[in-house]
Design a protein around this ligand. Structure first.
Ligand code: PLP
Length: 472
């Protein structure tokens, strides 16, 4: 049997070989086709070519895995991937994962990993300040994704409105609780409603205006109707940067309605929250500082690996009220100290030190680095709009964020056009974009979430879509 530790020489050799491969990928990402051919049987066979009854030579195994990822994946770190907020990971955050995997801090109990827990708490606090939350009461937790952060929000809102919910669950509910969100909101809210036992029909989706922002008056009308029907509205989810088009809901107006009707005000800024780190974009999220809770995905605009989201709240005690639990088996060394044990503060129990990806990135780039790099991506977005317009493409949405929905007005009534163009450019391996409907018109959707995308990449992208349009 292979020694689980390997020898120092073997480790050095494998480290060097793997680093060489990864460096090759990082340096030459733009040489790869952005997306693979989806040959199911070929991929199936490749994954199953590993034989667990006959252990492989380690280097061969590693190279086989890296090759599989190089060959059979959409390369989200590629500068011409204009997709769904998936970034190119920054280098410090890659090293953070290596460090975390090696030292393997256990984040469940403070006393097991006090530095790691305090480093995360520090990042949460500083992010809370960036989002304008009242300094003395900032709290929050790292989550695996926006979906977990939104689920955390639904649970906190339930526990806030129904104090017996933590013990009695749905049996503590006097009336049917209703969640409100935008028709353009993310479906992780519906999923959260399913998970907590309310069911997705408890989410009432509110119509949007021409810019795909939630209509405050439509919300008010729905609230009146639901109160009349005997429901209990308890949570309003505003979206700051919708997944489809980057639309920003009118936060101050929605907050005022939440106040009036006694609703928990959650802002899903999974993507758009990055705007708070950029001086020019920041004002477009005005009102977020009034939130009862915020979802922000660092794995979108902070360019760190998948699985890094943040839940923020100005309610110092709500996470403990929602998640604390007593056990005999958890460590007690810090019992007398004024600390927070993470396992009583989040959905997860054992937890990875994901906050290091953000902590280390901020140590090395600083807020100023993020200010600039998010500004750069916004500028590239404006450049793309300009270049497309010069070529007769029409913009179907208007947002300060670099999410661009466009089409050729001559084909507005032909939904096959955008599908055809997207299929053509994606299958050529040159770029990745998607299609998204805007008020019933199918558009091409391109989003800039890669800090290394340049004007030359945009020129090449515009040439790609022009060529596909001619072929259509
Ligand atoms: C991406 C996204 C989510 C879901 O986040 P994950 O990190 O994918 O779990 C939720 N809300 C919005 C607005 C998003 O864009």
């Amino acid at each position: 049997m292979k020694d689980f530790n390997f020898t120092p020489q073997e480790r050095k050799h494998l480290f060097e070989k793997v680093l060489e491969k990864l460096e090759g990928y990082y340096q030459h990402t733009s040489d790869y086709p952005v997306s693979p051919a989806l040959e199911l049987s070929e991929i199936w066979d490749y994954a199953r070519s590993a034989n667990f009854d006959q252990p492989a030579e380690p280097l061969a195994a590693l190279l086989q895995v890296i090759k599989g990822l190089e060959k059979y994946a959409v390369h989200t770190p590629h500068p011409k991937y204009f997709g769904l907020f998936n970034p190119r990971t920054n280098f410090p955050s890659i090293l953070a994962d290596l460090i975390t995997a090696t030292l393997n801090p256990q984040m469940a109990a403070w006393s097991h990993s006090p530095f790691a827990v305090e480093a995360e708490a520090y990042v949460i606090h500083e992010l809370g300040i960036k989002f304008g939350l009242p300094v003395e009461s900032i709290d929050g937790v790292f989550a695996a994704g926006g979906a977990e952060a939104n689920l955390t929000a639904v649970l906190c809102a339930l526990n806030n409105t129904f104090p017996d919910f933590t013990k009695e669950g749905v049996f503590a509910l006097p009336k049917r609780p209703i969640i409100y969100g935008s028709l353009e909101g993310h479906h992780s809210i519906q999923k959260a409603a399913k998970t907590v036992g309310l069911g997705y029909a408890s989410v009432h989706s509110i119509p949007v205006n021409t810019q795909l922002q939630m209509e405050p008056e439509a919300l008010r009308a729905q609230l009146m109707k639901d109160l009349e029907a005997g429901y209990q509205p308890f949570l309003l989810v505003a979206t700051a940067g919708t997944t489809g088009t980057g639309a920003l809901d009118p936060l101050p107006e929605l907050h005022a309605i939440a106040q009036e009707f006694g609703l928990w005000f959650h802002v899903d800024a999974a993507y758009g929250g990055g705007a708070m780190l950029n001086t020019a974009l920041r004002p477009s999220l005005t009102g977020i500082e009034l939130a009862d809770s915020i979802t922000f995905d660092a794995h979108k605009w902070m360019s760190v690996p998948m699985g890094t989201s943040v839940f923020l709240t100005p309610h110092k005690h709500i996470l403990s009220q929602t998640f604390s639990i007593a056990t005999d088996y958890m460590p007690k060394e810090a019992q007398e100290m004024e600390i927070v044990d993470p396992y009583g503060h989040s959905i997860q129990w054992s937890r990875r030190f994901i906050g290091l990806r953000v902590y280390l990135s901020l140590m090395i780039f600083g807020w100023e680095g993020y200010d600039q790099i998010i500004g750069h991506q916004t500028t590239i977005g404006h450049y793309l709009r300009k270049k497309l317009q010069e070529q007769g493409w029409k913009m179907y949405t208007d947002t300060p964020l670099p999410v661009i929905c466009f089409s050729d007005p001559r084909f507005e009534k032909d939904p096959a056009f955008t599908k055809g163009v997207a299929r053509e450019v994606v299958s050529s391996g040159s770029t990745w974009i998607s299609v998204y409907p805007v008020h019933g018109i199918s558009t091409l959707r391109a989003c800039i979430t890669n800090y290394s995308t340049t004007e030359a990449d945009i020129d090449s992208f515009v040439a790609d879509v022009n060529r596909a349009r001619e072929l259509y």
